[in-house]
Design a protein around this ligand. Structure first.
Ligand SMILES: N[C@H](CCC[C@H](N)C(=O)O)C(=O)O
Length: 278
């Protein structure tokens, strides 16, 4: 099976584009192929499929075999793949995801997709919709305890669940210690992606992330969107913010016009390969 290895700011994916529908063993494929010792190695396995409603459809499996509703970095990679490999000929396209229909705008460089802007839709802020084990809207700075330590989180869904926790210095925070117990906390019926964020200024933040089904990743597009929404909801930031991630920067705008969150960042193709013995 041929695949293409891509990433968005180091959040890396194995991209497969020749299936008509999701393979029945997609979860097992993801676990084997994403393994960084016995497989190709990646945060996720991404399928580009035909769509009746959009130019292409994306379905994404996390490295643990769970399917995610949405993935911002992967949408940028899918858009780049579709443009560079001729699935679409326009620099404006739509990608169908588990969160709905994403409008995408591609900026090219030397004839290839370079930076991609995605309309990630409106954030979902209701407790039951995220989902959280508490109701209300929005859920802002809500107390939560993990392994005896007290935190406060703001709940945001971009189609997938996020808990944004503001800390003094995200770049040095012990993500691998506190991410795991929070990911599976009973507050999150479908588990959650956990963002640890520090504010540099109203227009700049640093974020690190423990992703549901993957662990700490170099970047999380939906997480960066959730982080800016939480920053604005808590009065810490404006609605247009540059988010510094481990793998690089994302430009995020939570529009006051349509209430949608717009994410702009790079997408990269690194190599192609063949899975299985020829
Ligand atoms: N692990 C996430 C999916 C990938 C999200 C992230 N890689 C992004 O760029 O948005 C989840 O289970 O919701």
């Amino acid at each position: 099976m041929n695949f293409t290895k891509m990433n968005g700011l180091g959040n890396d994916f194995i991209v497969v584009a020749h299936f008509e529908t999701l393979p029945t063993d997609a979860a097992e494929m993801a676990k084997r192929m994403c393994d960084r010792h016995f497989g190709v190695g990646a945060d996720g396995l991404v399928f580009i499929l035909p769509s009746e409603h959009a130019d292409v459809r994306m379905r994404i499996m996390n490295a643990d075999g769970s399917e995610a509703e949405q993935c911002g970095n992967a949408v940028r990679c899918v858009a780049k793949y579709a443009f560079d490999h001729g699935l679409v000929s326009r620099t404006e396209l739509t990608v169908e995801t588990g969160a709905g229909l994403q409008r995408v705008w591609i900026e090219t460089k030397e004839g290839r997709a370079h930076r991609v802007k995605v309309d990630m839709g409106a954030p979902i802020l209701g407790g039951q919709a995220i989902p959280l084990a508490v109701d209300g809207e929005p859920i802002v700075e809500h107390p939560i305890q993990a392994n005896g330590r007290d935190f406060c989180f703001t709940g945001v869904s971009m189609g997938n669940p996020h808990a944004v926790i503001f800390v003094d210095d995200a770049a040095t925070f012990e993500v691998d210690v506190w991410g795991p117990p929070l990911e599976v906390h009973e507050m999150f019926p479908n588990k959650a992606n956990i963002e640890f964020t520090s504010v540099i200024s109203p227009k700049e933040m640093t974020m690190r992330v423990w992703e549901r089904g993957c662990g700490q990743t170099y970047a999380c597009g939906t997480g960066a969107c959730a982080t800016v929404v939480a920053g604005a909801l808590t009065g810490r930031t404006d609605r247009t913010v540059l988010v510094h991630l481990k793998g690089g920067d994302l430009h995020i705008e939570w529009s006051e016009v349509d209430g949608h969150v717009y994410m702009t960042g790079p997408a990269e193709e690194v190599f192609t390969g063949h899975w299985g013995i020829r």
